[in-house]
Write a protein that binds this ligand. Structure first.
Ligand SMILES: O=C(O)C1=C[C@@H](OP(=O)(O)O)[C@@H](O)[C@H](O)C1
Ligand SMILES: C=C(OP(=O)(O)O)C(=O)O
Length: 421
């Protein structure tokens, strides 16, 4: 079959005046799904994200014997005995490949995991090694691998190097309350990236009645005990709000995102501090985030270690900025959906840009850019970055635009609506 034609990224027609309703958070939806699967009764999740990553999660849990019913209201999750002799498809979803194996360890038989070709190079060794140390049989160190459930996990204390992904820690903590001794995860290595995502894990566990001690740096302890069933509404995905809010800077004008939580553990909330550094005016009033720009972008020197998933959109803004920008602390992006540092440098440079890879980030000098086909490498956030560039640069065409469905299948519809088309 021929590859679908690339999507012509629309240019901004002029200053914007738009309100964009952003669907639910991937990180929260997939955490809640796992906790609901392990909980002491049926759960209701309203406004979950429905996208490739969350559908993969729902199907993974279903294949382990969990009931998940999707209605207009959201998901009803009915826990049950965790069944083995199952296959789990991870796609390219970090949250599926890192959060489900610790659940599969509780199954009553073997569970086989695989994913997209590209997923086979995402790091898994640290979490699979940790499961072995906790008494679980595991064949393999990367996708494809097999977890040998025996119906119970001893648990206890485990030492891991989580410097390539916070998801190793989150995955172990999410299932840990169901292990006989609970779990204590101790990180030893270079700093753990994306720490707000571990704080999110701790917060959702506590909200489900689980006792978690995170008082010492690099150590998280989950006590064994029941997980309370959930009844909640999923917050909008604040990281997925990034391209829309960025559009207000590039095109000028105003973009609003309603239902912005007043307190949240989502890393994307950092946009409220980052966008003003890039030249935007940002207000959060009555639950609506309003971002206003004048069509210019200020150069920045920022550390994105905690919020790495915002990097592609910030890189696109920086390429349209008024001077050289430095995005630092994001060496771990080499292990995301693709090597994001290489992908961003290659694709922006192919437009005529001047981006160089640093050890732990990117140096971006704005240059006059021209149209080209922008490759996206199976990475939803490369699509979002390309769309932001396309607001100003004529002739950008986005390859495999449907790859954005990893977390936001509605992206092109929301984008064109925002532009008034
Ligand atoms: O736990 C999560 O939901 C996530 C953790 C982070 O992963 P890394 O720690 O691998 O960066 C983040 O980048 C990813 O988008 C989602
Ligand atoms: C890194 C990301 O995804 P994943 O959950 O697959 O790691 C991301 O969404 O930016």
């Amino acid at each position: 079959m021929n590859a679908p034609a690339p999507w012509p990224a629309p240019q901004a027609p002029g200053p914007l005046d738009a309100t964009v309703v952003v669907p639910g958070s991937k990180s929260l939806t997939n955490r809640y799904a796992v906790l609901a699967a392990l909980a002491d009764g049926p759960s209701r999740l309203r406004r979950p994200l429905v996208s490739r990553d969350t559908t993969l999660m729902a199907n993974a849990l279903r294949s382990l014997g969990i009931g998940i019913e999707e209605t207009d209201e959201g998901w009803t999750v009915t826990p049950g005995r965790i069944r083995g002799c199952a296959d789990v498809a991870c796609g390219l979803a970090g949250t599926v490949m890192r959060f489900v194996p610790p659940v599969a360890a509780l199954a009553d038989g073997p569970v086989d995991f695989d994913g997209d070709g590209q997923a086979r190079s995402r790091p898994m060794g640290a979490i699979l090694g940790a499961l072995r140390d906790l008494g679980v049989g595991v064949f393999g160190d990367a996708l494809p691998f097999q977890v040998q459930g025996t119906g119970r996990v001893r648990g206890g204390r485990v030492l891991i190097d989580a410097s390539s992904s916070s998801q190793f820690v989150s995955g172990l903590l999410l299932a840990g309350a169901r292990y006989e001794q609970g779990v204590a995860v101790v990180h030893d290595g270079k700093p753990v990236p994306s720490l707000p995502h571990i704080d999110m894990t701790v917060a959702v566990l506590r909200a489900a009645g689980v006792t978690v001690d995170d008082s010492a740096a690099n150590t998280w302890r989950v006590e064994p005990g029941p997980i309370r069933a959930l009844d909640l509404t999923v917050e909008p995905d604040l990281s997925n709000a990034a391209p829309f809010l960025a559009a207000a800077l590039v095109a000028g004008g105003t973009v609003r995102v309603p239902d912005w939580p007043s307190t949240t553990t989502q890393a994307g909330d950092a946009l409220r501090e980052l966008l003003p550094q890039l030249g935007a005016t940002v207000d959060l009033v009555d639950g609506t985030l309003t971002v206003t720009g004048d069509g210019s972008v200020r150069a920045v020197d920022v550390d994105l270690h905690d919020v790495g998933e915002l990097t592609p959109v910030i890189a696109a803004l920086a390429a349209l900025g008024d001077g050289t920008s430095y995005l630092r602390g994001v060496g771990h992006l080499r292990f995301h959906e693709t090597d994001r540092l290489a992908a961003l440098a290659t694709e922006i440079n192919a437009l005529g840009g001047e981006v160089s890879e640093l050890d732990d980030g990117l140096q971006i000098t704005p240059k006059p850019l021209r149209g080209n086909v922008f490759q996206t490498y199976g990475d939803h956030r490369m699509v979002m970055a390309a769309a932001v560039l396309g607001l100003r640069v004529p002739g950008i065409e986005i390859a495999d635009v449907q790859t954005v469905g990893k977390t936001l299948p509605e992206f092109t519809a929301l984008w064109t609506r925002m532009l008034g088309a």
